[in-house]
Ligand binder design. Structure first.
Ligand code: SF4
Length: 196
């Protein structure tokens, strides 16, 4: 029997969370308490919404032109079994690459989800070590290639890139934000507040 994932949201296509065009999924729930976390709304394990894995699989497979999926959150490893089920179902149909952002260090992790990941970005976000470099939030975090799939694909000279999605009253920021992107995001949220 298929399970459910508790998710915060997803975007069907992004170019700022790894190489190539990717589906991006943010899972809901995180036990850590990183100062400066920009994903506060994704920490409550009872927040977000639950989605049946076959439905999410169909949504991902319906997107043309993407090379893989990036999973962030929240904490992906709190729903490792369900994520495994999702990734295996998608990969049964298409050759998808998988990138995962986790707040745990690789040395703290074990289990089958690791076998499904091509590239892992590990470690807590530490605001004091935020060096504005691309693809990870702070210098203690590591971009670890668990397979060769993306080994030569990361262009570290690109720096940080962020996308903003605005649809009706919904606003989403995607990517590791630079200081200027964080300020713009705060302004967008303040504008949202003024409209209420
Ligand atoms: S691990 Fe990520 S989501 Fe969790 S508190 Fe730290 S920055 Fe926020």
């Amino acid at each position: 029997m298929s399970g459910c994932l508790r998710i915060a949201f997803y975007v069907r296509e992004t170019e700022v969370l790894g190489p190539h065009k990717r589906f991006a999924l943010w899972v809901q729930g995180c036990e850590k308490n990183c100062a400066g976390c920009i994903a506060q709304s994704m920490k409550d394990p009872g927040g977000g919404e639950t989605v049946e894995i076959p439905r999410l699989t169909d949504i991902i497979l319906s997107v043309e032109g993407i090379e893989g999926i990036t999973v962030s959150g929240g904490e992906p490893f709190l729903q490792a079994r369900e994520l495994c089920e999702l990734i295996r179902a998608v990969r049964a149909e298409r050759d998808f690459g998988v990138i995962v952002y986790t707040g745990y260090a690789l040395s703290e992790l074990s289990g089958v989800l690791l076998n499904e990941i091509d590239t892992l970005i590990d470690g807590e976000y530490r605001e004091t070590l935020d060096d504005d470099k691309g693809y990870r939030g702070s210098s203690n975090q590591n971009i670890i290639h668990l397979t060769d799939r993306y080994k030569d694909c990361y262009d570290y000279g690109l720096g940080r890139k962020t996308e903003f999605f605005i649809s009706g009253d919904k606003r989403m920021m995607v990517g590791i934000p630079s200081e200027s992107a964080k300020k713009l995001w705060e302004k967008l949220q303040a504008d949202d507040f003024e409209q209420q």
